[in-house]
Write a protein that binds this ligand. Structure first.
Ligand SMILES: Nc1nc2c([nH]c(=O)n2[C@H]2C[C@H](O)[C@@H](COP(=O)(O)OP(=O)(O)OP(=O)(O)O)O2)c(=O)[nH]1
Length: 110
C-alpha cells in the first residue's frame, strides 16, 4: 500500500511543523509547506484526522526513502498506478487537478 509522506503531529507541534519534521526524518529533505490538499479525512473510527498539504522541495534537495521500502514520484496521469491506503482516496482525487495546474508565481514577502 502507498501513502503520502508524513506522520503524527507530536504534542506542542503545529501541523506544518510536524510535516516539515516528518519530511526530514522520512525523506531527508527540507520542504516549504503550501496549501491544504483536500479536506479532513477521519481515520480509525474518528480517533485521528488525515490532513494533506502541498509542499515544495527547497533548492537542490533530493528525497531518499530513509524509512520506506520504496519512493515514487507520480504525475497526474499516474496517480491510479499504485494502491493507496483507503483513507487517501479523496486526497488523490483532489490532487489530480492540482498537479495539472501550473504553479502560480511566488509572491515576494512584503
Ligand atoms: N503518513 C501517512 N499516514 C497515513 C496516510 N493515509 C493514512 O491513512 N495514514 C495513516 C496511517 C497511520 O495510521 C497514520 C500516520 O501514521 P505514521 O506511521 O505515518 O506516523 P508516524 O511516522 O508518526 O509513526 P509512529 O511514530 O506512530 O510509528 O495515518 C498517508 O497518506 N500518509
Amino acid at each position: 500500500m502507498w501513502e503520502f509522506p508524513g506522520g503524527k503531529v507530536e504534542p506542542g507541534e503545529t501541523d506544518v511543523e510536524a510535516l516539515i519534521r516528518e519530511c526530514e526524518e522520512e525523506l531527508g529533505v527540507r520542504v516549504a509547506v503550501g496549501d491544504r490538499v483536500g479536506g479532513d479525512v477521519l481515520l480509525g473510527h474518528g480517533r485521528a484526522v488525515l490532513r494533506v498539504f502541498a509542499a515544495r522541495l527547497l533548492d537542490g534537495e533530493q528525497p531518499q526513502a530513509l524509512e520506506h521500502a520504496e519512493l515514487r514520484w507520480l504525475a497526474a496521469d499516474q496517480l491510479d498506478s499504485v494502491q493507496w491506503l483507503p483513507a487517501d482516496a479523496p486526497i488523490v482525487t483532489a490532487l489530480g487537478p492540482l498537479l495539472l495546474t501550473p504553479p502560480s508565481p511566488r509572491t515576494p514577502p512584503t
